[in-house]
Design a protein around this ligand. Structure first.
Ligand SMILES: [Zn+2]
Length: 338
């Protein structure tokens, strides 16, 4: 079988390898499709070489089918469509207070251990979720980023009829907007890239550039002067962090989805004055995966529009290079059986 090894220095090499026979409590999967994640491009640029230790197979946004079961594995049959929730919490301790998905010694499968850009992938059974029979495996490859969005919206406690602002219109921002809308929120998407703005409008969202439009003013217009109920900060931009408190109503909530490597300025006076709440949201829990799979099966969201291109595994190098030079792409999937 073939695997794409990330070798460092923005290079992948396709290599013939033997499939890994599943040990006890492991499952070997035939990988169908794998999405290229922002984290994967980060790895490709060498930003995580110390953690990834090239040469290594990466990739974690996948769909596939069960190929082989190790001993002790129950509840799966050969051929079942599945997705992987790539979190390994086996080092969890009591001090993590049951928060397995963000336990302090969490390992991310596909970063800290081999990933999915290969024909066949062997993973711990606890990480595998069954997808509904007959699911579209291309859409199922969006489960991982969609579960991020489900987690964000769940932690934000979005209620029907609320006004939600999503700052940042990349793949995760678009998915958060979709899930918030499915929860009954009215959504305004804020994004500076004109192509992403048009794409959001095609999906039916009110989408504005904060450079051209006073976002706080627009939110008041859309809420009888109150302001937005909730902001999802998905952009990671300093300016967004500085301004997000302005758009919120009294007792509005902020969910921080973006990764901020450095501290940024926040208007704490606004938190005091309007009794605002701030909540972080990181990865997902099993129920978010189940919700994402259900949304995919129900075809409740325009997820097909999120797939910009599908490329064969042996074109993975070109796919990463293209993604670098096309900021308008949403999801590029790698077809790992082609
Ligand atoms: Zn991802």
């Amino acid at each position: 079988m073939k695997a794409a090894l990330y070798e460092g220095n923005q290079t992948f090499r396709i290599q013939s390898v033997d499939p890994v026979t599943p040990g006890p409590d492991e499952i070997r999967l035939n990988v169908a499709y794998v999405g290229i994640c922002g984290t994967d491009t980060h790895i490709y640029h060498g930003a995580m070489d110390a953690r990834v230790k090239p040469p290594q197979v990466i990739g974690h946004e996948m769909s596939g089918t069960v190929a082989e079961l190790g001993s002790n594995v129950e509840g799966f049959a050969i051929g079942d469509p599945v997705v992987v929730r790539p979190l390994d919490n086996r080092a969890e301790t009591a001090a993590d207070r049951g928060h397995s998905h963000i336990c302090r010694d969490l390992k991310f499968i596909g970063i800290d251990s081999p990933g999915a850009f290969q024909n066949s992938w062997t993973v711990p059974a606890f990480a595998v979720h069954k997808a509904p029979q007959g699911v579209d495996l291309q859409l199922a490859a969006l489960t991982e980023p969609l579960a991020v969005a489900c987690h964000d919206v769940r932690l934000g406690e979005v209620q029907s009829g609320e006004l939600a602002v999503v700052i940042g219109g990349g793949p995760i921002g678009m998915l958060v907007a979709m899930v918030a809308r499915a929860a009954g929120a009215r959504v305004i998407l804020s994004e500076v890239n004109q192509n992403r703005l048009s794409f959001a409008r095609e999906l039916g969202f009110e989408a504005v550039s904060p450079i051209e439009t006073d976002l706080a003013e627009l939110c008041r217009e859309r809420s009888d002067g109150a302001g937005a109920d909730i902001v999802f900060e998905v952009s990671g931009a300093k300016a967004a962090a500085a301004s997000m408190t302005d758009v919120l109503a009294i007792r509005g909530r902020i969910v921080v989805v973006a990764i901020y490597p450095q501290p940024v300025e926040l208007n704490l006076f606004q938190f005091f004055w309007k009794e605002l709440k701030l909540c972080g949201a990181r990865v997902y829990e099993p129920e978010d995966y189940e919700q994402a799979l259900q949304l995919i099966a129900e075809k409740a969201l325009p997820l097909d529009k999120m797939i910009t291109r599908v490329e064969p595994l042996d074109q993975i190098q070109a796919a990463f290079e293209n993604l670098d030079s096309s900021p308008n792409a949403m999801k590029i999937l790698i077809d790992c059986q082609s």
